[in-house]
Design a protein around this ligand. Sequence first.
Ligand SMILES: *[C@@H]1O[C@H](CO)[C@@H](O)[C@H](O)[C@H]1NC(C)=O
Ligand SMILES: *[C@@H]1O[C@H](CO)[C@@H](O)[C@H](O)[C@H]1NC(C)=O
Ligand SMILES: *[C@@H]1O[C@H](CO)[C@@H](O)[C@H](O)[C@H]1NC(C)=O
Ligand SMILES: CC(=O)N[C@H]1CO[C@H](CO)[C@@H](O)[C@@H]1O
Ligand SMILES: [Zn+2]
Length: 561
Amino acid sequence: MSRVARQVSVIAALAFTSLVHAEDVATPKPKKVLDTIMNPAYIPGEEKHASYWRTSVAATIQEKLNQKLNTNKAKNGIFFIGDGMSLATIMAARTFAGQLEREVGEDNTLSFEKFPVSGLARTYCLDAQVPDSACTATSYLTRVKTKYGTIGLDGNVTRGACSSQLHQGNLVSSIGQWALDAGLDAGLVTTTRVTHASPAGMYAHSSERNWEADSDVPQECLDLGCKDIAYQLVKEKPGNMYKVIMGGGRREFTPNITNAQFKSGGKRLDNLDLTEAWHADKMEKNATHQYVTDRNELMKVFNAEELPEYLLGLFNDDHMAYHLQARDQPTLEEMVEVAIKMLSRNPKGYFLFVEGGRIDHAHHDSLAHLALDETVEYAKAVEKAKSLTSREDTLIVVSSDHAHTMTVAGYPSRGNDILGTVDTALGSDDIPYTTISYANGKGQSVGADGKRIDVTKSQSFLTRSLDYEYPGMVPMDSETHGGGDVAVYALGPWQHLFTASYEQNVVPHLIAYAMCIGNEKDEHCKPKSGGFWSPNSSSNKASSFSFICVAVIVSYLRRLL
Ligand SMILES: *[C@@H]1O[C@H](CO)[C@@H](O)[C@H](O)[C@H]1NC(C)=O
Ligand SMILES: *[C@@H]1O[C@H](CO)[C@@H](O)[C@H](O)[C@H]1NC(C)=O
Ligand SMILES: *[C@@H]1O[C@H](CO)[C@@H](O)[C@H](O)[C@H]1NC(C)=O
Ligand SMILES: CC(=O)N[C@H]1CO[C@H](CO)[C@@H](O)[C@@H]1O
Ligand SMILES: [Zn+2]
């Protein structure tokens, strides 16, 4: 749907909602909360019959019984992180997306929710009950839990201490490096600055996540030889070996001068133009390469007869814009398509890291509408990756780094606008309240008069304005992360390993195991005798034959038991 069409449909949905409400009697006031009487705006007719539910559970179990154990070697691995995508965010986003289509709502399913296996990961960090994106990135990309605010270093790090990152023994390597070591290609795609905490986990070692450009690093640390994160991406391994790097954050790479070449002023005070350094590095490698800064340039590269060997896309000075407010930038889905096309050329396979990074930023600013839309965009990118790959040789894992404080609360009826007020009741102060709210943040819940604010008197709320700040209980300039577990969804070889509840740092280990990288050399990694399995092409006839053999043996064993 085009953005205009989407806006029109949002308005149409709102008009529809208010029509429905106009017919309602006044909001009932239950004596007790549990006396709530539902007033559903949406119930599909067939759902009123028990047979519908019986049929649907039977279909679900059949799907599960039809699942075959997939113990192929995963030639490719794609790891998606929705930054700050809590379970409540997933529920609200699926409902939001469903309500936009106005056919389904609560029963809508986001692409990755159809994956056959899911599990739960615990996100705490070495020194933090509720983590940040830096220590979690280290956890889910290097399999080592570390301290809050630090990247690519083990727990011997002191945040902000240069000596910690100069001591080689403290460095931990990422799954991107393991992939390169095994002869695979690797890359990263994000909607944030490519130097932001999550993508930095793929290549950087920094005792302070905020050292994105040299101007962020204290002079005494620069003097000791500590390098900023952008520098590490372009000049050091494994960043300089990544075939695809796409996202925002141009300013971290360019000098602090304004001229036409840089489109705007950069943050660097060392006079380096790292986009130029990237170019020089690829020249030295004698590799074809392309640096792009907007959607048009990216599409030109994508549609050209031959792709360059290396691609760097920096589509904004800062983070990329929110999808609903973007102009002239590719969507996450488009970036994922380009990245997969680039990386699939390596016959040995690839590892791709993808971050939907702005779900988190929208939550921090209490902008629930944008957070949900960013989640929907993220789900589209996952669907694209799924459609471009085969579950026989590609493992796709979808997770989040940490939760947020957004909650979906009250007892709204089914079909009630997820971005609206609870339709069945008022607060005990006789004032309406929103279904979505935050435990803390910028969005005020109490006015100057000491009373709770009536959101239905706010034009910005009523029009579902993108910059409406959902109410938070504790006033803070930025809403915080949450400590709840995050979901992990898996599809492809060894997907069954991702079930149950585990520590977050287990996730990259499971991916590495399936892919036979990072010193994971289990039986399934060895070429099978008799040539059933060929490391050059795991999707050839021989490997599907061996897959069938495994399936036959497994089902035979099952019958014996
Ligand atoms: C911990 O890091 C410091 C540098 O910050 C280093 O001197 C020390 O040797 C490290 N300890 C271990 C056990 O590696
Ligand atoms: C660079 O690549 C070209 C074309 O692939 C090749 O002809 C040339 O010999 C290479 N030069 C070096 C220095 O590797
Ligand atoms: C796989 O590729 C390598 C070189 O790329 C080649 O030497 C080898 O024979 C190939 N193996 C099979 C089984 O095709
Ligand atoms: C680090 C940084 O961005 N420094 C300066 C870059 O240049 C502008 C003016 O051109 C300054 O405002 C910044 O402080
Ligand atoms: Zn955050």
